[in-house]
Design a protein around this ligand. Structure first.
Ligand SMILES: [Zn+2]
Ligand SMILES: [Zn+2]
Length: 429
């Protein structure tokens, strides 16, 4: 039998051992108001902009994410959370648009709506070295429009993402925008860029990157690499007629809609499947984007050998919440429960549970802290929460009555328990 000391040690150890996985975060009750406001504004804006809800599983086939990585397949494989099962290898989704497209093709969703406009939310995962601020799980909200390559839809996904942020009271939004061309013009550009970069003194990471997609060098934060980027050739000089016209139209729609924007020829996104428009929505001068997206007309081809154009945007929900708090953007306070139920003694408690359930059953929000034993403690809790207290003591439990009290004014009355909800409603008016 373990000694007292051993047990104690074991206890301490296990309580340290089990903690959240690094790079993953909880959403706590104190975050509730913000979180609810963010989800509510996403749903409300989706309805206004005519997006339908879609939900895909968190686990998908590994190939879905590896094929969509194109020339960056090796990097994508390192970043993927893979799961080994008897039926084969699966992966935690690393992206929301690829599963939507998988569902679109598998269930012929284009048949029901063309283009298909959907919104969705949930976590995406990526594996990687744990450094400061690296998020292994990112809770995202996405909007996608699948089945049409018209530039008008590029701007619609920008507008819906900005609409969601505006509902949350962000006022200083700006869109960073660029184009990454098509298979034809960007291949030409990448060759030229690679040739230029090869002649420069780049960091080791960049040297590796240029063999795949040299545009991804622009993601390097190394100051000496950054100086090199500024002199690099830009894609705008290499665009084919089609890509040039598409980008021009997008910018026209952006201006037409009064969106504050900043074209940046060195702006790239990590995902390899983007073509033509890519963008990020930023707030103020903070470089961390709140939303990012782009066109992915090749994704269906990479996945299924089909031609299905699409465009989408994903918003990082945690980042939005953090920024709201930092900027002091308080969500509208939810109505606090106006009724607080107090019961003292076992008999009273039994009766209370039934009455509380009846009140909640007809839609009256009721708060309680029945676990607290004394009237004094429960009253104290009620004072913080509610306008009206319902009190059942021994006397009331015996008589089958409830004392109702206006906490502010102290006015009170004894009510019979029949038609209690009706009487409480009168007091709440
Ligand atoms: Zn092109
Ligand atoms: Zn570099």
């Amino acid at each position: 039998m373990p000694t007292q000391k051993k047990i104690k040690q074991k206890k301490t150890k296990s309580s340290q051992d089990i903690a959240s996985v690094s790079g993953m975060r909880d959403i706590h009750p104190k975050d509730g108001e913000w979180w609810r406001a963010i989800i509510d504004s996403g749903r409300a804006i989706a309805e206004i902009y005519d997006f339908a809800y879609i939900e895909t599983p968190i686990i998908e086939s590994t190939d879905l994410f590896l094929r969509s990585a194109g020339v960056e397949k090796d990097i994508a494989k390192k970043r993927l959370f893979e799961i080994e099962t008897k039926e084969g290898r699966f992966a935690l989704r690393s992206d929301l648009s690829a599963p939507v497209l998988r569902s679109y093709v598998e269930h012929r969703l284009g048949y029901f709506s063309s283009p298909l406009r959907v919104y969705h939310y949930g976590p995406v995962f990526r594996n990687g070295p744990i450094k400061d601020g690296f998020e292994r799980e990112v809770k995202q909200w996405g909007f996608d429009i699948v089945g049409d390559n018209d530039p008008v839809y590029d701007v619609q996904v920008m507008l819906v993402a900005m609409g969601m942020l505006k509902q949350l009271k962000f006022t200083d939004l700006k869109v960073k925008i660029n184009t990454v061309g098509c298979k034809v013009c960007r291949t030409n550009y990448r060759d030229k860029l690679r040739a230029y970069l090869k002649k420069q003194k780049l960091c080791e990471d960049c040297k590796e990157t240029i063999e795949g997609n040299p545009m991804h060098c622009f993601l390097c934060e190394n100051s000496s690499c950054k100086a090199i980027h500024k002199e690099a050739p830009i894609i705008l000089d290499f665009l084919c007629q089609g890509c040039n016209n598409h980008f021009k139209s997008v910018l026209e729609f952006v201006e037409e809609n009064g969106i504050a924007y900043e074209p940046d020829p060195y702006f790239v996104r990590e995902k390899e499947y983007y073509n033509r428009t890519i963008f990020e929505v930023i707030s103020g001068d903070n470089p961390l984007s709140l939303a990012g997206g782009g066109r992915y007309d090749y994704l269906a081809d990479m996945l299924f050998g089909k031609t299905i154009p699409g465009v989408g945007v994903a918003l990082s929900l945690q980042r939005i919440m953090d920024r709201m708090k930092a900027k002091g953007l308080h969500p509208q306070k939810k109505e606090k429960p106006k009724v607080f139920f107090i019961a003292v003694g076992e008999q009273a408690k039994k009766m209370s549970v039934r009455l509380i359930n009846e009140l909640r059953g007809v839609g009256i929000p009721v708060a309680e802290e029945l676990g607290k034993k004394t009237l004094r403690l429960q009253l104290k809790a009620a004072e913080k929460e509610a306008g009206i207290a319902l009190i059942v003591g021994q006397k009331e439990a015996f008589e089958g009555t409830v004392m109702i009290r206006n906490i502010k004014t102290g006015a009170q009355e004894t009510l019979v328990t029949e038609k209690l909800a009706e009487q409480v409603r009168k007091w709440l008016k």
